[in-house]
Design a protein around this ligand. Structure first.
Ligand code: MSP
Length: 501
């Protein structure tokens, strides 16, 4: 059994969850569920990033203590997970003391290995990113390119991490491991950042108390990004009472992140791990941004924000999961709107998959009393269904979730065409064609079973309902071929994707 450890970013608790957070989390859930179906030993981590300036500032603005704001919003993020159908194995909060202690241990090691010194820092700082910007990261008007707010000039005495020492090891990493960062354009972006020359970065904050104390200088707390990045490692130490999962799951197979936090994960994070003598994760997958219907950044003031709760209330959780990974190619930027949710729901989930499922189960019930004779599969369709599971797994191994879904969907469409071509309702009128009808029904049942097993990560509930109706509840990818489990007895099925009321 291979282990598969996959993570989302941990989300800031300075505000409530929104579509962007749901997006990454759903994508990671799809990967985790697929790997469980492969029989892998899976650990899926998500959580909240609770320290640092972004949270301290937001709390102050609301007249709250940082911990109170963190508690309130962490609860909302935690409640979001089941609402999204997300199957995370643990939810880490960085205000957890067990996390803090492990952060101190690791960074003490970085200190003892000689990668830390005290110095004066002056630079342009974005308090919303909690990040000092280097020259090529400063937008026009001396603004943060992400938050579009004016940067402030900060000078402070800090502990520094010798990032510059890792120039050569990081160059080597990028030369030797072409899939450390995926997709390729993001790899190039990270590599260009390294090639432009690494400068040492600040590791602590002296004027902040909301954070993990620096063990060798308790007047400072660690810079929130190092505390946050380490969550991926620390969580394994305390996610299960009395058990340390580090050896079982580290190094992580995939950190999945949005493009806004590329530098931290593809440059700072591997350098920090090297400095602490910890093995590096295998891949960082960087996805694009969801945009408003007008193709602009989503923002409340532009009124172009797609509300995930509205989508779920109207069309259900699965429609949101399907839509986000179908309509926007995972990896690229793309616009979103409630109109395109409706059109994917009606046109694909209801009319294509929903109809295929109800036609197939209804015909087997009507013409064969729900019992399927054993028999051959139409040779014209064998090749398309036999290789499908391997094709889908290969896409998911590269986090190409939209391509994986498209490969399955082509087969959903193929089966619908097959129904039209074969017109089983005509065959049923002619007793001499009973053998042909058996073959068509068998082919439809097996084809439908295979696509349904493979669709499980996107549609966890409807796939189970449908497989139950097919009397073949086995979800394993290993059985998603024509030599796998067979459909024998079919029961009637309620519409999977009804018209929203
Ligand atoms: N706390 C840091 C991450 C620390 S990870 C060690 C942070 N938090 S965040 O709340 O701002 O979340 C950023 C992440 O949310 C993005 O990287 C992405 O995964 C997701 N998204 C937020 N807005 C998004 C879009 N508009 N589109 C797609 N994903 C977006 O950064």
């Amino acid at each position: 059994m291979s282990s598969f450890y996959v993570t989302t970013p941990i989300y800031y608790v300075n505000a409530a969850p929104h579509l962007g957070h749901a997006y990454t989390t759903i994508a990671v859930d799809v990967m985790a569920r697929h790997h469980r179906q492969r029989g892998d030993d899976v650990f899926f981590l998500t959580g909240t990033d609770e320290h640092g300036e972004p949270v301290a500032d937001a709390a102050k603005a609301q007249g709250l203590e940082p911990k109170d704001l963190a508690d309130r919003n962490a609860e909302r993020f935690q409640a979001l997970m089941p609402r999204l159908g997300v199957s995370n194995d643990f939810f880490i909060r960085t205000s957890d003391e067990r996390h803090g202690r492990r952060v101190q241990e690791v960074l003490q090691r970085v200190h003892d290995n000689g990668h830390v010194y005290k110095g004066m820092y002056e630079g342009w700082y974005c308090p919303r990113c909690a990040d000092f910007k280097v020259e090529n990261e400063i937008a026009e008007g001396n603004r943060c390119p992400i938050h579009e707010i004016e940067l402030v000039l900060h000078q402070e005495e800090n502990w520094f991490f010798r990032l510059s020492t890792f120039q050569e090891p990081l160059e080597r990493l990028y030369a030797e491991q072409a899939d450390f960062v995926m997709p390729r354009e993001r790899f190039n972006e990270a590599k260009a950042f390294i090639d432009s020359g690494l400068q040492d970065i600040s590791l602590s904050r002296g004027r902040l108390t909301w954070g993990v104390k620096v063990p060798w200088d308790p007047t400072h707390v660690f810079y929130v990004w190092f505390d946050a990045l380490l969550n991926y490692y620390t969580a394994l130490g305390f996610a299960r009472d009395g058990e340390d999962l580090t050896d079982r799951f580290w190094p992580a197979n995939f950190h999945v992140i949005g493009k806004d936090i590329l530098k931290f994960h593809t440059v700072f994070w591997p350098a920090m791990l090297l400095a602490a003598d910890i093995e590096l994760p295998k891949h960082v997958f960087v996805h694009g941004f969801l945009l408003g219907a007008d193709g602009r950044k989503m923002s409340k003031s532009l009124g172009n924000v797609l509300d995930p709760f509205e989508v779920m209330d109207r069309y259900g959780t699965e429609a949101l999961r399907f839509y986000l990974l179908r309509d926007v190619t995972f990896g690229a930027d793309g616009s979103t709107s409630i109109d395109s949710v409706r059109s994917r729901y009606e046109g694909e989930l209801a009319n294509e998959l929903g109809n295929l499922a109800s036609r197939t189960t209804a015909m087997i019930t009507r013409y064969r009393d729900g019992e399927l004779a054993d028999g051959e599969i139409d040779p014209a369709l064998v090749a398309e269904f036999d290789g499908l599971a391997a094709e889908v797994s290969a896409f998911i191994d590269r986090a190409e979730l939209t391509q994986a879904l498209e490969a399955i969907w082509q087969r959903v469409r193929r089966l619908n065409r097959y129904v039209e071509e074969q017109a089983p309702w005509q065959l049923a009128k002619d007793d001499a064609r009973a053998g042909d009808l058996d073959r068509v029904l068998r082919t439809l049942a097996e084809g439908l079973r295979i696509v349904t097993v493979l669709l499980h990560p996107w549609l966890p509930e409807s796939s189970v309902k449908l497989l139950d109706a097919l009397g073949a509840p086995d979800l394993s990818v290993g059985n998603a071929g024509l030599d796998g489990v067979r459909v024998r007895h079919v029961s009637p099925l309620d519409p999977l994707f009804p018209k929203p009321s």
